[in-house]
Write a protein that binds this ligand. Structure first.
Ligand SMILES: Nc1ncnc2c1ncn2[C@@H]1O[C@H](COP(=O)(O)OP(=O)(O)OP(=O)(O)O)[C@@H](O)[C@H]1O
Ligand SMILES: [Mg+2]
Length: 225
């Protein structure tokens, strides 16, 4: 059974009389360990798809089965547990907490998972070492370059050892070389730990790092190669 199964997923926004289908009857299976790019024009539904996959947004119809869990049957106040167990999220603008040191930023998912303080620190420091930032764990995000901040965000996404890493335009605010470093890091996580990685991007360079490319248009998957 595929790790991720979408069956007829639609996401409908109601705007007065008109309905807008951000996603329309999407069927999709993604196996554990795949590295997938999601492409398509602005407004195609890429972020909507990623947010639904990450249990950050609900859907209007269909079913999402994540590792045999039917997501529609999990009450919304319980969904964070599924998210915490399965999902690591990386954003275009890093979304770090600027008052916290980077090691404390990375620790956050462990705090939600009730891991004790000492263990949180050790695990977070180790994860930062794995993304090449072991020497600066007490710095604040503002003291880091964009590429370093995205490494922190990736460390935060993987520290909890989730099955799935979701990234919405992770290289979108970085220069080309830094973007390539970030892609190499994501490929490394995919290969070394057999994690499923799903990346929304406009950049064909980024999708060339992936084994599979989904193209969305008007809320539908129009190509899967
Ligand atoms: N909260 C919302 N309310 C109403 N419509 C929305 C909302 N969020 C998204 N949409 C609409 O849903 C469609 C899909 O949006 P989505 O953000 O998924 O596109 P996208 O492919 O990620 O685009 P981009 O490349 O610009 O980020 C768009 O038409 C958008 O206007
Ligand atoms: Mg988007």
């Amino acid at each position: 059974m595929a790790l991720i199964q979408l069956e007829g997923i639609s996401k409908i926004y109601k705007d007065g009389q008109t309905n807008l289908s951000a996603l329309y009857k999407v069927d999709l299976n993604i196996e554990k360990g795949e590295m997938v790019a999601v492409m398509g024009p602005s407004g195609a539904g890429k972020s909507t798809l990623l947010n639904i996959l990450g249990c950050m947004d609900n859907f209007s119809e269909g079913e999402y089965i994540l590792d045999e869990n039917k997501i529609s049957q999990i009450p919304s106040y319980e969904l964070w547990k599924v998210r915490n167990k399965y999902i690591g999220f990386v954003f275009q603008y890093f979304a770090l907490i600027k008052e916290y040191s980077i090691v404390d930023n990375v620790s956050l998912p462990l705090m939600y998972a009730n891991i004790p303080y000492r263990k949180r620190k050790t695990l977070s420091a180790e994860t930062l070492r794995n993304v090449g930032l072991g020497d600066i764990i007490n710095k604040k995000p503002s003291q880091l370059s964009g590429g370093q901040q995205q490494r922190v965000a990736i460390a935060r996404a993987i520290v909890n050892n989730p099955e799935i890493i979701l990234a919405d335009e992770p290289t979108g605010s970085l220069d080309q070389n830094t973007g390539e470093d970030i892609m190499n890091l994501l490929v490394n996580i995919n290969k070394t730990y057999n994690k499923t990685v799903i990346i929304v991007t406009h950049d064909p360079k980024v999708s060339s790092y992936c084994n599979r490319v989904l193209t969305l248009k008007d809320g539908r998957i129009v190509a899967d190669t």
